[in-house]
Design a protein around this ligand. Structure first.
Ligand code: XMP
Length: 511
């Protein structure tokens, strides 16, 4: 969508690319992620105030290294290269990049030698987050060094006359203490942005667009009870009133109490809805399937087939769903250089042939923006504060085949975890809290009897946007209580473990 003010992020496949765009938006400037090979003509269509070149896993000298159109440097638009982006600037403009003797990973002290605009308000020494092996060893002509670290003498640079900057570290990552100041300086001092982006102000525009597209026709709105789908429903209700019919499909992989929760919510809000209990249908399709991506594809396919069947029955042509920006990212749809992490059911799992016209009003928004829109639309706290639950449900929390027994265990264990966190007043303080079960077994002793049982892993993380996450240092007493309840109350469990790996390198869900 065209915006009054926009900064483009060229995606070279870095794990933090979308964090950059999100941070820019947090600072009040609309930002969009585009593939690194975007043409200069395409770039100009956005009329961008600035361009950021993201990080990426390759080396500029690799055979298939992603290289942007070098004419971007002739546009007069301010450019900031980050990590690989910093190296690619040096490489294309006549400098030299080499593989360092040592890598530089984690927190590092940056010494600022030139307090240029981009470092305004920063100290002479700053803690920054580094993650690189290659480094710029020779500057291109007309460039100057702005900052160094012990391992990387050229850790930041600038063109002497043009607004072209590079930083080897990651200002977008929270561990770079004053990273937001650097991004602020780039946006407001160098790109001269004014800060016109406010997701709430988009509501009227979204509503208008939905009305224009759909007219007087009816729309089926897929609702799971999560914030994304409920916010989509509220937007549609605002745009189309009675012409919206919610569809809630139970795929048999939901949490304990989910069905009652969603139905009573829809009733309370006077929403017309259709409830489909398709548990058997989904579980039959998943029999014998172990591969996580295949599970997602099967579930995505079944969802769509059910939506189509219902739509056909009621003569409806439109389907709305709560896809948000990161869903597209993680499914590898945006910026083709980033690899598919997981296909989300509402995008990656979609079958090619869909007999319905799709509406995804939140497809350009990040989670924190959706939350703001939700609040403004009056979506109640019981929905906003609910932990996110993946579309494929427990299928991605059961490692290996989905069986009735594993499903029972994971469902009961998740309910215990949520209950105990609520009792301890911790539920609202964490991002997600759930159980995972796989096929591995552990020998247990029940009374005098040896019994082989399942291992349940507890996963509890804190996060702001699910792009990065850390495991929660839960008080031992709470962990102990959860563990004791799981192995005592759930038949077939002999061992409980706690997952203590952050994202990255792990993802939040096991599959
Ligand atoms: P990961 O596991 O990728 O999860 O770190 C990031 C966030 O996304 C949720 N998630 C999903 N949501 N369909 C969804 O609708 C999916 O296939 C899916 N996989 C992960 C996850 O719960 C977390 O909040």
């Amino acid at each position: 969508m065209p915006k009054k003010e926009c900064v483009l992020v060229l995606d070279f496949g870095g794990q933090y690319t979308h964090l950059i765009a999100r941070r820019i938006r947090e600072l009040g400037v609309y930002s969009e992620v585009v593939p690194y090979f975007i043409s200069v003509n395409e770039i100009l269509k956005f009329n961008p105030k600035g361009i950021v070149l993201s990080g990426g896993p390759k080396s500029v000298y690799d055979k298939n290294a992603p290289i942007p159109d070098r004419r971007i440097f002739e546009l007069g638009i301010p450019i900031l290269g980050i990590c690989y982006g910093h190296q690619v600037i040096a490489h294309l403009l006549g400098g030299k990049v080499e593989r360092g003797e040592k890598g530089e990973y984690g927190k590092t002290i940056l010494k600022i030698v030139n307090h240029n605009e981009i470092f305004q308000g920063l100290n002479s020494e700053e803690v920054v987050w580094m993650s690189h092996r290659d480094q710029v060893v020779k500057l291109p002509e007309d460039f100057e060094v702005l900052a160094s670290t012990e391992i990387t003498p050229i850790a930041a640079f600038k063109h002497r006359k043009l607004p072209i900057y590079g930083v080897q570290f990651h200002p977008e990552v929270i561990h770079t203490r004053n990273g937001m100041k650097i991004l602020f300086n780039f946006l407001f001092r160098i790109c001269k942005c004014r800060g016109l982006w406010n997701p709430i102000e988009q509501i009227d525009k979204i509503v208008k667009e939905i009305r224009e597209r759909v007219g007087n026709e009816k729309v089926l709105c897929a609702v799971s009870g999560g914030i994304d789908s409920v916010t989509t429903l509220f937007l549609l209700k605002k745009a189309l009133g009675e012409n919206v019919i919610a569809i809630f499909v139970n795929h048999g992989l939901l949490r304990k109490g989910d069905v009652d929760f969603v139905i009573s919510f829809l009733k309370r809000y006077g929403v017309r809805y259709i409830y489909v209990d398709a548990s058997e249908r989904f579980l039959n399709k998943l029999k014998g399937v172990r591969d996580p991506e295949l599970k997602r594809k099967i579930i995505g396919e079944e969802f769509i087939r059910i939506f189509e069947e219902v739509a056909l029955k009621y003569g409806i042509k439109w389907l709305a769903q709560g896809t948000i920006y990161p869903d597209r990212i993680e499914s590898g749809k945006v910026g083709t250089s980033s690899s598919v992490i997981k296909s989300h059911h509402n995008v990656g799992g979609l079958p090619r042939e869909i007999k319905l016209k799709i509406i995804e009003p939140l497809a350009d928004f990040y989670k924190d923006e959706v939350r703001k829109i939700a609040k403004k639309l009056g979506v109640p706290d019981e929905i906003i504060k609910r932990h996110p639950f993946p579309g494929p449900g427990f299928a991605v929390r059961i490692i290996g085949e989905v069986t009735e027994e594993k499903l029972r265990i994971v469902r009961e264990a998740t309910a215990i975890i949520e209950e105990e966190l609520m009792k301890a007043g911790l539920y609202d303080k964490v991002w997600q809290a759930f159980a995972v079960v796989g096929d591995d077994k552990w020998v247990g002793i029940h009374g005098d009897e040896r019994k082989v049982g399942y291992i349940v892993t507890i996963r509890i993380v804190e996060s702001v946007d699910a792009m990065t996450a850390d495991w929660v240092k839960l008080p031992y007493e709470v962990l102990e209580k959860i563990s004791r309840r799981i192995y005592n109350e759930i038949e077939g469990v002999t061992m409980v473990t706690y997952a203590i790996t952050p994202k990255p390198p792990a993802t939040i869900e096991p599959q």
